[in-house]
Ligand binder design. Structure first.
Ligand SMILES: NC(=O)c1ccc[n+]([C@@H]2O[C@H](COP(=O)([O-])OP(=O)(O)OC[C@H]3O[C@@H](n4cnc5c(N)ncnc54)[C@H](OP(=O)(O)O)[C@@H]3O)[C@@H](O)[C@H]2O)c1
Length: 327
C-alpha cells in the first residue's frame, strides 16, 4: 500500500470509528462528505408521504450522515429542512457540520431566475445558504414543460451570482455529458465543483467519470444501487441482488450486496447518494467504511456494465441540449 493510499485508509477508519462519512476536498476548497442521503423519490416503486422524508433526514443525521441531497423538483425541501432543524434543535449537529445539496429546476434557467429560485429553495429549507447548488439538467423548459432553448452558459452565470452572494458555497451541475462539461469549463473558465449523474453496476460511466476526475470535478453518483433494488415500471437487467458474484463478495466481507455496491462506488472515488426512508437501511448504507474492495473486485463489478439507465427521460429526447443517447 503506498503512503497516500495508507493515509486515505487511515482517515476512512478514523471517520468510521466516529460513525461519520469521510470528506474529500472540492476544487473550490470546501470539503464534501463522500456519502449522502438521497431524498428524491422518483425512481422507486412505492409511494411515500413527505413526512417520511423529514423522519429519514433526522434518522440519517442521528446515524452519522452529514450530507443530504434534495432538489426543488422533489417537492420535499421543506421536509428536509424540518429534519435538519430537528437534529440541530436536539443538539446532534450544528449547521456548519452539515452539507446540504439542492438543485435548480429546468424552468428557471434564465440568468435572472437563478438567484430567486435559490432564495425560494432556501426559504423552504429554512436555511441561509446551501453547501452545493446544482443545475439539475442541461436542458431548459418553459413553465408548461415545453422545450426552451436557454444556453446553460447563461444559467452558469446566474449560478456564479448565487455563489458570490453567499447563498451557495459551491456550485455545480448534474446530468451534463462530456461535451457539455468541456464547453462549460472552456467558455466560462469556472469549473463546476461537482457533476452529479447516474453511476451503478449497469451504468458504470467510465468515460464521463474519468473526464470529470481529470478536470478535478467531483462526481456524485445517483441511483447508486442500479437494478440491484427493484424499480417501478422497469425490466431489471443484471446484476440483481441474488447475483452470485455480488453475493460471494457480500459473504466474504460480511456485508449486504447493497453495501458492496456502495463500496464499489467509493473505491472509484465517487460520492454515492443512496435513498432510503427505512431506519435500518439508512443505518446499513453508511456502514461501508470498515472494509475495502480490491482493484480486481472493482474491475469485476465494472464488467457488469450494460449502459442501461435507471433514469432515462426519453420524453425530452428532442429538447435542445438533451444529454443522453437519443435511441
Ligand atoms: N440529479 C438527478 O437527476 C437525480 C436523479 C435520480 C436520483 N437522484 C438522487 O439520487 C438519490 C438516489 O437515487 P434513487 O432514489 O434513484 O435510487 P437508489 O438510492 O439507488 O435506490 C433507492 C431504492 O433502494 C431502496 N434501498 C435503499 N437502501 C437499501 C438497502 N440497503 N437494501 C435494499 N434496498 C434499499 C430504497 O427503498 P427504502 O427507502 O424502502 O429503503 C429505494 O427503493 C435520489 O433520492 C436523489 O436524491 C438525482
Amino acid at each position: 500500500m503506498n503512503t497516500l493510499r495508507g493515509l486515505f485508509v487511515f482517515n476512512l477508519i478514523a471517520f468510521a470509528m466516529a460513525g461519520l462519512a469521510p470528506c474529500i476536498q472540492l476544487n473550490d476548497g470546501y470539503n464534501i462528505p463522500i456519502l449522502a442521503l438521497g431524498t428524491g423519490r422518483g425512481t422507486i416503486k412505492e409511494s411515500e408521504t413527505l413526512d417520511q422524508v423529514r423522519q429519514a433526514v433526522f434518522w440519517a443525521i442521528e446515524e452519522g450522515y452529514r450530507h443530504i441531497d434534495t432538489a426543488a423538483i422533489y417537492g420535499d425541501e421543506e421536509q428536509v429542512g424540518l429534519g435538519i432543524a430537528e437534529a440541530i434543535n436536539k443538539g446532534i449537529v450544528t449547521r456548519d457540520q452539515l452539507f446540504v445539496t439542492t438543485k435548480l429546476w429546468n424552468d428557471k434557467h434564465a440568468r435572472q431566475d437563478v438567484v430567486p429560485a435559490l432564495r425560494e429553495s432556501l426559504r423552504r429549507l429554512g436555511l441561509d445558504y446551501v453547501d452545493l447548488y446544482l443545475i439539475h439538467f442541461p436542458i431548459s423548459e418553459k413553465a408548461d414543460g415545453s422545450p426552451d432553448n436557454i444556453d446553460h452558459l447563461e444559467t452558469w452565470q446566474g449560478m456564479q451570482e448565487a455563489r458570490d452572494l453567499g447563498l451557495a458555497r459551491s456550485i455545480g451541475v448534474s446530468n451534463f455529458n462530456i461535451t457539455q462539461i468541456s464547453r462549460l469549463v472552456e467558455s466560462s473558465g469556472v469549473r463546476p465543483a461537482v457533476n452529479q449523474f447516474e453511476v451503478n453496476p449497469t451504468m458504470t460511466q467510465e468515460p464521463l467519470v474519468t473526464h470529470c476526475q481529470n478536470l478535478g470535478i467531483a462526481v456524485m453518483a445517483y441511483s447508486p444501487f442500479g437494478f440491484v433494488v427493484s424499480r417501478k415500471g422497469s425490466q431489471a437487467p443484471p446484476p440483481g441482488v441474488d447475483d452470485p458474484t455480488l453475493v460471494a463478495l457480500a459473504n466474504k466481507y460480511g456485508k449486504t450486496v447493497e453495501q458492496i455496491v456502495l463500496r464499489y462506488l467509493i473505491e472509484r472515488g465517487l460520492i454515492p447518494i443512496p435513498k432510503s426512508t427505512n431506519k435500518g437501511r439508512i443505518a446499513q448504507n453508511i456502514d461501508v467504511f470498515d472494509f475495502q474492495l480490491s482493484d480486481n473486485e472493482v474491475a469485476t463489478i465494472s464488467r457488469f456494465n450494460k449502459n442501461i439507465r435507471v433514469v432515462n427521460p426519453t420524453d425530452w429526447k428532442d429538447y435542445p441540449n438533451y444529454p443522453f443517447e437519443r435511441d
